[in-house]
Design a protein around this ligand. Sequence first.
Ligand SMILES: Nc1ncnc2c1ncn2[C@@H]1O[C@H](COP(=O)(O)OP(=O)(O)OP(=O)(O)O)[C@@H](O)[C@H]1O
Ligand SMILES: [Mg+2]
Length: 483
Amino acid sequence: MNVLIVEDNVSARKLLRLTFEHYGCTVFEAQDGQDGLEQAARHKPDIIISDALMPRMDGFQLLMALKTDPVLKSIPFIFYSSAYTGDKEAELALSLGAEASVIKPVEPAELWEKICAIRETYKARQSKSAHAAADESNEQYLREYSRIVAAKLEEKVRELEDEIEERKEIQDELEQLNETLEQRVQERIAELNERNAEIQLAYDNLKKVQAQLLQQDKMASIGQLAAGVAHEINNPMGFIISNLSSLGKYVEKVTAYLDADEKILAGCALEIQEMALKERQKYKIEHICKDMPMLISESADGAQRVRQIVQDLKSFSRMDRTEFANANINEGLESTLSIAWNELKYNATVIREFGQLPLVWCNQGQLNQVFLNILLNAAHAIKEQGTIRIKTRAKEESVTIAISDTGSGIAPEHINRIFDPFFTTKDVGKGTGLGLAIAYDIITNKHGGTIEVQSEPGKGSTFVITLPVGRGNTQAPTVLTRN
Ligand SMILES: Nc1ncnc2c1ncn2[C@@H]1O[C@H](COP(=O)(O)OP(=O)(O)OP(=O)(O)O)[C@@H](O)[C@H]1O
Ligand SMILES: [Mg+2]
């Protein structure tokens, strides 16, 4: 069987072609009514299956054209269209001479069955009389046709409007989604930036803590070394001082003996006196007797100073007391001063105004580190000659230590940064900028105290430390001051 398919939709056309070819038909295709008419004239198919709504010439126009052609009018024509207008469309198609009207879509096998049945009916009927409806009332058919086409078009317009609406909705949704996505990306970026900043901050803090720990470690090892050396020197110094004291006493005795000897000699013969005098002169006994007590006293003095330095070193490092203990702050300041003395003595006069203080519960080694750094900073701030004043006072449950200098003072733009790790105005290699950062940590975090600074550029600075007395509330003995 030869089949002509007239259909503007390519996929629908292809589906029909496959269906009919499957059942052994030869298939011709036309994409609209006009094309269909030409193909029908050329191939004279056994059956024509046509869509209704098509461009250029629709299915109804094609049917009418076929029915007016003496040769083509006998080819059975089947409408295969969607249910836009339902029965009315089918009625019009049949009245125009279509063999049947099949509503899309139909399963291939079912469609084939329907086509075969339609063909059988057609054959049986053909022997009777040809359809003449097309001629009967052309005007009425055309009216009906226009009405159906208008209805179909309306339906199509509605369908298109729906589709446009649907597409608009999808587009709106997409835009909204896009916006949300953009917003989420922005949020995520902001979040990531925040996390980044946090990580950077944590990293910076870690670096600072590490540097502080290193510095503290360094200070601790210096302290340990100093304490070790001090301990080693302390023992020999003990017997040197004790021996010098015995030596002093021996010298006194020897001198007394020599005096007595001289008196005894005075009673002897002149010749013996002269011999004795010669011997005395030969061994410079006069000079030795005069010099010996001085030498011994100077040595004893020196030994005492060494002992004091050793004592200061020990008390500064307080390696014997690394833990918290009741300590005398004035004593700590005193030993720190003697350690720093070499740095201070050239350009600073140190004035001590030590008050009566209670013992303070503290880690004295750490506090001495703080005092040392503040004293050295003060000495460095004094360019030529100046004064460093250290004032200690007890106040209810706390003690205050104020260290002032008449140095350069701190520029206002620096004052908020001096406790920051690595902040230094010293030349490269001269200062690490960790001294006050460590001091701040020791005073505030380790001892629950405060450290504040007041400064006037060109006039000087004052660092005030306040420490809670804590467990130590025993009166500390007044410290003897040394210069
Ligand atoms: N008494 C002071 N007078 C003037 N400026 C001071 C004084 N004390 C501290 N400063 C300023 O504060 C900065 C930081 O002091 P800090 O003790 O922390 O570090 P540094 O002394 O520079 O170096 P480091 O102590 O590590 O050797 C100093 O560089 C200085 O500019
Ligand atoms: Mg310093």
